[in-house]
Design a binder for this molecule. Structure first.
Ligand code: HPA
Length: 246
């Protein structure tokens, strides 16, 4: 059976209804992962869960050891990853509490350890990244949403910023011109590292707020938490429906 992992972001440090079987504390050649890897059963299927920001949530997006997280999942035999992350909505459709399954990425992050292919253990390698997400997993997520009657956007370009601060209104304007629909801080290098290790990877973006300058006034943490609370109810249903399909 193909081993599936779910990486949880802000608002998803624990998987609702997961029956926990074991916890693995792993060390990797790249250092410590964000948290223990939790193996459990969701809807009678085995799933490995990892809290991207740690449990409790203490690791900022730019400080996450993405390499250790992805390496740890590979060590556990994971072949498929579904990564959940909170984002800001840029384009009209991406309203707070809505869900999108992005199909493209623009990476604005910097200074992150973003590749495994940089030491003497590896020859110089340039992975193909034309389509950064697994089409197979994306299709399964889109079908799962339809089955569960959850309205989602089946495509979208995800722009990854460095954080931890939110963006300026001018940065969002530029990102919109670039073609970004969504803005988040954790999509990269996670997606690329998974691809470097030949793992299928897809993302679920849950919109926590209108991106900077897209609504009147400033973005508040209260607003983010409220929208995530609503969005996460649908995420839980979507994940259950997805697991029944794969
Ligand atoms: N920008 C970047 N990352 C985010 C946002 C945002 O507006 N909301 C949630 N994660």
């Amino acid at each position: 059976m193909t081993k599936l992992a779910i990486i949880g972001g802000t608002g998803l440090t624990q998987l609702r209804d997961l029956i926990i079987i074991k916890r693995d504390k792993l060390s990797t050649p790249y250092g410590s992962p964000s948290a223990d890897f939790i193996t459990g059963e969701l809807n009678q299927k085995e799933v490995i869960f990892l809290a991207r920001h740690g449990c409790p949530h203490t690791i900022a997006p730019h400080q996450i050891n993405y390499r250790a997280n992805i390496w740890g999942l590979k060590q556990l035999g994971v072949e498929q990853i579904v990564a959940v992350a909170a984002v800001g909505g840029i384009t009209e459709e991406m309203v707070p509490a809505h869900i999108a399954i992005p199909d493209q990425i623009i990476d604005y992050s910097h200074g992150r350890r973003h590749t495994f292919f940089e030491d003497e253990n590896y020859p110089v390698t340039h992975i193909d990244f034309t389509y950064p997400y697994s089409q197979k997993l994306r299709s399964a997520l889109i079908s799962a949403a339809a089955k569960a009657n959850i309205n989602i956007s089946p495509i979208g370009t995800y722009g990854c910023t460095q954080g931890p601060r939110l963006e300026t209104a001018a940065e969002i304007k530029r990102m919109e011109k670039d073609g970004c629909d969504l803005v988040g801080m954790t999509g990269m290098p996670e997606a690329a590292l998974a691809k470097e290790l030949a793992m299928d990877y897809a993302a679920i973006s849950v919109i926590a707020n209108w991106a900077a300058g897209k609504s009147a006034g400033e973005i508040t943490m209260t607003e983010i938490e409220q929208h995530l609370h609503v969005g996460m109810v649908n995420i839980a249903e979507l994940l259950k429906s997805f697991i029944a399909l794969v």
